[in-house]
Design a protein around this ligand. Structure first.
Ligand SMILES: C[S@@+](CC[C@H](N)C(=O)[O-])C[C@H]1O[C@@H](n2cnc3c(N)ncnc32)[C@H](O)[C@@H]1O
Length: 131
């Protein structure tokens, strides 16, 4: 998703409160946090623990301005205890991230051989056919 257009579309402002529902490696989240400085806040959600770990590292400098939430973005408002009407914007950059495609063991790649896994969260469930 185009970075500058996304941030412009969200009308990010200092002090605003935002959700990145698919934080991935944290590129959009970083731009939101920069544009909402000094006191804007972001809730960063991702279902993939590897993506969330990468985002944590990238966004560490924003300290308590960012809250990380592991899991599916459905009902994130319950998990992050968000009151209705308290948000200024939500971004959802749907799809897969480059590391998910690049690592054959994740099973998303058309270019590399690997098990047909395709779980966004490899800690949940088991791919079919693997007993
Ligand atoms: C295209 S990437 C996001 C890239 C991100 N905007 C960035 O700047 O790095 C999509 C992300 O959505 C996550 N994702 C896919 N389905 C999800 C779901 N149902 N709930 C939460 N995250 C999901 C994937 O794990 C992946 O990290």
């Amino acid at each position: 998703m185009l970075l500058s257009e996304s941030i412009a579309g969200l009308l990010v402002r200092p002090g605003g409160r935002y959700v990145d529902a698919t934080v991935g490696l944290g590129g959009h989240a970083e731009a939101i946090l920069e544009a909402s400085a000094p006191d804007g806040r972001l809730i960063a959600v991702d279902r993939d623990p590897t993506s969330l770990a990468a985002a944590r590292e990238r966004l560490a400098r924003f300290r308590d301005r960012v809250t990380f939430v592991a899991g599916n973005y459905d009902r994130f408002e319950e998990r992050a205890d968000i009151r209705p009407g308290s948000l200024d914007g939500i971004l959802a950059d749907l799809g897969v991230s480059s590391p998910q495609l690049d690592r054959e063991e994740r099973g998303f790649s058309f270019m590399r051989s690997g098990p047909l896994d395709m779980r966004m969260d490899p800690t949940q469930g088991k791919p079919r056919g693997n007993s």
